[in-house]
Write a protein that binds this ligand. Structure first.
Ligand SMILES: Cc1cc2nc3c(=O)[nH]c(=O)nc-3n(C[C@H](O)[C@H](O)[C@H](O)COP(=O)(O)OP(=O)(O)OC[C@H]3O[C@@H](n4cnc5c(N)ncnc54)[C@H](O)[C@@H]3O)c2cc1C
Length: 415
């Protein structure tokens, strides 16, 4: 029987970062996934490392915005009717969590993690030889109207208060940064301290390779076989069963598959999202990710081409893909940037694992000694993977954590 100090279940950016942080602290670690590292949600994102995040994605405000979504005309959101009844309590909680004082509560609770996010990636990239994927060009948010720019004023005011650098730009100034953009927007904001990566899969793979160098093992196995065996946690892998005195659930959208049978039911919903790569016309290109906020999509320069990622689709996690949002947003995207033909025939689909307060769960699993949780990073799991992994590893090894983990405890849902 193989034994380790810690079994980490899920080799996305979150689990791989946690495993690496545990190995760096001298623990023997087995990282277990049914696929290769980084091949699920952590593959398909927009690659933005957004340490400036202050507020969670807003719930649509006003009757008009809700009606457009209801009529399936909104490019930024889609839904499956069959998923809505089950999501109603989550929507109500999300709505109240993204307004007024509650929105500020999120900003304050999450600031310590976001503030460390880019630096923690930089540290792991330096160790893993992955710095070549890192761009320090920030990202650009575009606003099509005065109204949509004004609607996000609170974010910029709070950023000023906290000293987070950002520069509101006119159209010409924005086009000086990104000359391939057409002047179809009216305002832009450059956030220079955000970073981005040109290949999120390669970054997770580099962290996984670094884990192997430190003696960690990467195994194929089904996390749903997790069970107690004596005083340990045991999981079955292709190499046989493995025991760990501690286990970490870092299964992103699949965490409930393992936690449900253990009696841990936390209110996770899925904001599904799609991407597709496009070639650019002529010599067009982008230096950094650009988000067209009114349409809710992002254009991110990747090694594979320009990756266009969509906003949220509320649907059952495993429901068949319905990439209708592309039809709604492609005219706007083509007007903004000279996209040529698509590279893949079908879009990629992933699911952002999202709690109603948009905070991840990082810490002990309630009622299950030796079991730890690190999932639910929603829109910003690529950004937060290494900072969360460090925090979790510090908690698991009894070191003073770099920030107060209380806001991320699973127990917040039982109070
Ligand atoms: C369209 C889109 C754009 C995004 N853009 C950004 C962005 O720009 N910046 C950012 O920070 N974040 C972004 N995100 C969010 C980010 O991608 C996620 O928050 C993050 O990838 C979650 O990582 P994870 O490791 O928790 O999950 P995952 O990467 O999904 O990892 C979970 C792992 O668990 C494994 N697994 C599942 N079930 C089992 C099982 N039974 N047995 C064994 N293994 C199992 C899976 O194979 C997978 O490898 C975006 C997401 C989407 C969908």
């Amino acid at each position: 029987m193989a034994r380790t100090d810690a079994i980490v279940l899920g080799a996305g950016i979150v689990g791989t970062s946690a495993a690496l942080h545990l190995a760096k602290r001298g623990l023997s670690v087995a990282l277990v996934d049914r696929r290769g590292p980084g091949e699920e949600t952590s593959y398909g994102n927009a690659g933005v490392l957004e340490g400036n995040t202050l507020f969670a994605h807003a719930f649509p405000k006003g009757f008009g915005a809700l009606l457009r979504i209801a009529l399936k005309q909104a490019p930024e959101a889609n839904y499956h009717l069959s998923a809505l009844p089950g999501l109603a309590p989550w929507f109500l909680a999300y709505r109240s969590n993204t307004r007024g004082e509650r929105a500020m509560e999120f900003a304050k609770a999450m600031r310590p993690l976001y503030a460390r996010a880019v630096a923690e990636h930089e540290a792991l990239m330096a160790e893993a030889g992955a710095t070549r994927y890192l761009r320090r060009e920030g990202w650009l948010k575009l606003y099509r109207s005065d109204a949509s720019f004004a609607a996000t004023a609170r974010e910029r005011e709070y950023a000023v208060e906290l000293g987070l650098r950002h520069r509101p730009l006119g159209v010409d100034e924005a086009r000086a940064l990104e000359p391939s953009l057409a002047p179809v927007f009216s305002h832009a904001v450059h956030w220079p301290d955000a970073a981005s990566v040109s290949n999120p899969l390669a970054v997770t793979n580099a962290y996984a390779a670094q884990l192997s160098k430190l003696g960690g093992v990467i195994l194929k196995g089904d996390a749903r076989t997790l069970h107690r065996s004596g005083g340990n946690w045991r999981v079955d892998t292709d190499e046989g069963p493995i025991d760990g005195s501690q286990a970490v659930i870092a299964l992103g959208p699949w965490a409930p598959d393992v936690l449900g049978p253990l009696g841990i039911r936390l209110p996770l919903a899925f904001k599904r999202g799609y991407h597709r790569h496009f070639r650019s016309q002529g010599n067009a290109g982008l230096m950094r990710p650009v988000v067209d906020t009114d349409y809710g999509y992002c254009l991110a320069p990747m090694e594979q081409g320009i990756r266009l990622t969509t906003g949220a689709e509320f649907a059952h996690r495993d429901a068949a893909p319905t990439p209708e949002q592309f039809n709604r947003l492609m005219p706007a995207a083509r007007a903004l940037y000279p996209l040529a033909d698509g590279i893949e025939a079908q879009p990629w689909l992933g699911a952002r694992p999202c709690f109603a307060d948009s905070r991840p769960v990082i810490g002990r699993a309630p009622g299950q000694p030796g079991l730890w949780l690190d999932y639910g990073h929603a829109h910003w799991g690529l950004t937060l993977g290494p900072a969360s992994g460090r925090l979790l590893a510090e908690m698991m090894t009894g070191t003073t954590p770099f920030c107060d983990p209380t806001p991320y405890a699973a127990e917040r849902f039982s109070s």
